[in-house]
Design a binder for this molecule. Structure first.
Ligand code: ZN
Ligand code: ZN
Length: 502
């Protein structure tokens, strides 16, 4: 619901407290006493030409959180004073009417079909209209489509476009902080519905909606919101089944109240479920997640991890088989010339996000594996010392590394004798195809038997010296800097006169 007071003309953040205080439209003002018929409308906010966030300080979030005080926590003693009565009434009375209808009113199949149809019409008013068109400017709509979406969205009873978009832009900008009106860190119940049942504990973070104040359709809907809501939420869904097949009552209960309850909770799931359930294929810094089930109950808004990364993209689902009827609707409108300038993020940028998350997963996986010692961690041994120590333990040289094969002598698939005859010798040629072209697994296993490196006889930098499991590795950018530094001043330890590692 739009705030009753406006801070137009100056930056909102230091203006008067204009936090939304309700969920639906304010009750209309009393008509003037002049005797002239006056149709009550919502107060029209002056067109704010200055973006409300133009003068915010660089440390706005921290500054605001430290200098403003939230309302006190809700307790058993104060909850009734903290309730937002308008939205609480709407959100409890509507389902109560629906349940009453369910037990007292026969459901005709035509009414059932129409209710589903009206569910999609009003839900698309929110998803394709409020959300993707106005809050995110993901595409341009022709005036006809804009009016249709504005009217359809009013039938979903979620406040005016302007109010809704202001909150939603704050949600995106301050995700998971106390400046996010439906901060997911405050729990599933809070982000789903709690934030509307009580007075906002804090004013949502500043978010500019001056573009919407200049939009004719948005301001038209704002002005006539109350009437559009009554017409689209209850009148049309009662009259169409009434005139069509004589079912006014069923229309009111099923296509009106029941459908509205479903549309409400469907949209609310975008704030709750979409921040809890599913995967984070694009970014795991914040709570938004992708899940088919959320998409199913939200008319395609369930690929929320993608959406928070690429909010101005007209799609939520990028794959053709993912469920995103809102995207399909916008695409159809595009083909009919009703929508244009559909915004889609460059494919490469989307892939970067996915790749980052895949690499992160691989990095975690690789950290759970024991890796062979690198040449930097092993003693450097002279040829003479290698010869001498081979007399007391089975040491074999391959690609510059000295390996102790004592644990493997009897396990060697080719037989003990082939290993035994290479003790104290360089078996590189035999290992890499001379006798047998060893597999990835054999080479990986061999690297685990390293006990030293041979002075001078090294081919440590060659591909052959690196076990296959380590030829591609995830290295953090900061580690690369370390590696470059280490290469510049070769930090490898000098030849040791001592013993090889056990
Ligand atoms: Zn979100
Ligand atoms: Zn959004």
């Amino acid at each position: 619901m739009p705030p009753a007071r406006w801070s137009a003309g100056k930056p909102e953040w230091d203006g008067p407290l204009t936090a939304p205080t309700g969920y639906l439209a304010q009750p209309p003002r009393a008509p003037p006493s002049s005797g002239v018929l006056h149709i009550p409308t919502l107060p029209t906010p002056p067109i704010d030409t200055i973006p409300s966030d133009i003068n915010i300080p660089d440390n706005y979030v921290a500054h605001t959180l430290s200098t403003t005080k939230p309302l006190p926590p809700i307790t058993w003693n104060n909850w009734w004073k903290e309730l937002n009565y308008i939205s609480t009434t709407i959100l409890t009375v509507t389902p109560a009417i629906a349940i009453y209808g369910l037990f007292t009113t026969k459901l005709h199949w035509q009414t059932a079909l129409f209710s589903v149809f009206w569910y999609f019409v009003t839900a698309l008013g929110i998803t394709a209209g409020y959300h993707r068109l106005w809050a995110h400017r993901a595409y341009n709509a022709s005036p006809a489509l804009e009016y249709a979406l504005a009217a359809a969205g009013a039938g979903a009873a979620q406040g005016s476009i302007r109010w809704w978009s202001r909150g939603h832009r704050a949600h995106h900008r301050y995700t998971d902080t106390d400046l996010d009106p439906y901060n997911a860190h405050k729990g599933l119940l809070w982000s789903h519905i709690g934030w509307m049942l009580v007075k906002p504990r804090r004013k949502p973070g500043v978010a500019d909606v001056s573009d919407l104040s200049r939009n004719k359709v948005v301001m038209w809907q704002h002005k006539w919101y109350l009437y559009l809501f009554i017409i689209m939420a209850f009148l049309v869904p009662s009259v169409v089944p009434g005139l069509g097949w004589g079912d006014y009552r069923g229309g009111f209960f099923y296509a009106g109240a029941m459908r509205l309850t479903f549309v409400h909770h469907s949209t609310f799931c975008v704030n709750s479920l979409a921040h809890y359930l599913g995967a984070t294929p694009f970014d795991d810094k914040h709570t938004p997640r992708d899940h088919f089930f959320t998409a199913l109950v939200t008319v395609g808004e369930g690929y929320h991890n993608f959406h928070h990364q690429f909010p101005m993209d007209y799609r939520n689902a990028i794959k053709w088989y993912q469920y995103d009827p809102t995207k399909w609707f916008i695409t159809v409108c595009y083909f009919f010339g009703l929508a244009s300038h559909l915004k889609a993020f460059p494919e490469g940028e989307i892939k970067k996000g996915q790749l980052t998350m895949e690499l992160k997963k691989l990095e975690r996986k690789s950290q759970s594996v024991v890796w062979p010692k690198s040449s930097n961690d092993l003693p450097v041994i002279t040829w003479e010392s290698f010869q001498e120590q081979s007399l007391t333990r089975p040491l074999i040289l391959i690609s510059g590394f000295i390996h102790d094969v004592s644990s493997f002598l009897d396990e060697h698939p080719g037989g003990r004798h082939l290993l035994a005859k290479m003790i104290g010798k360089d078996a590189s040629t035999a290992f890499f195809g001379g006798v047998y072209d060893h597999s990835n697994a054999a080479h990986n296993l061999l690297a685990m038997m390293r006990v030293g490196v041979l002075q001078h006889g090294l081919e440590l930098e060659s591909e052959r010296a690196i076990p296959p499991s380590q030829r591609l590795q995830i290295v953090r950018a900061v580690q690369i800097a370390d590696l470059v530094r280490a290469a510049e001043h070769d930090e490898r330890p000098g030849p040791a006169d001592g013993r090889l590692e056990d």
